[in-house]
Write a new protein. Sequence first.
Length: 318
Amino acid sequence: MRTALVVITVCLSSAAWCLQQPRIEVQEVNVVRGSQFTLGEVATFNGMDAHTEARLRAVVLGASPLPGLERTLAREQLITRLRQHGFQPEGFEIAMPARAVVRRETRILQAQQMVSCAMQKMRESLPLGDDATLECDAPVRDLSLPSNEPQMSAGDPKALGGGLYLVPVRVVCGAGAPAVTVNVRLRVKRTQLVAVATRAIRTGEAIREEDVQMRPVSLPPDADDLVADVSEVIGKVARRTVASGHMLRRSAVDEPAVVRAGQNVKLLVRLDGAVVEATAVALQDGKAGARIRAQVTDTRKTLLATVVDSETLMVSVQ
């Protein structure tokens, strides 16, 4: 009988002890949302009244890691926080792994969303026209942000020259979260009909009508020199080689020579208001208006003369 009473007493004492030991169980991997995390986000609770559990859930354990990063939570840190909030850790059964990990819940903001925001601002701010296209000129990375819905706003575009613009995109993720600014670099491209070589045109070669064709192309930054009408280049000569499919530039063509080296020409010598005619030999090719070297036939003297036409040079003597 006495033995039975001892067993019952021990059982009742054990049960009472169990009831006096409410349990806090911390998970091994925890995902939190805010800039600070609480015990309620990383633990489960058993064997306590609702008021105590609510107080425990509200215990702030520390700062959350940045989005995409993690931190560890040690037993000593938990015990210290419980004491700071007025709890006696000895009154709880605390179950937690040797290394409890806390991660920040993240939201990925795609780079294309920020680029689209910048492009929209560009079209609202600048008179680009229907022939203009926009492209991102430098890589933009995805952003790892807190889980709140991000708000984006683009600032005024800043011209960098050469068709390049810099558009700041500001990203905010709710109250209290620091704003992030991403600079998006955009290039403006315009499409226009320009003269394009249909074959390779060598240096000094005359350009024929079948050698060029008008085609729509995306204009480069230095588009002012491009040929916008084939009539501008037909009959002219190439100053340098133009590859097939390349755009023709005004600086790459020249007027054809009307006088050839070795050609006999008429030389008009202007002297004190009078004009004396002589014969000479052109020593260089020359277009109308160009100054070339020529040799006077009678005196063998070499001088610089201006090409008047295909048969005539003129020189003024002071």
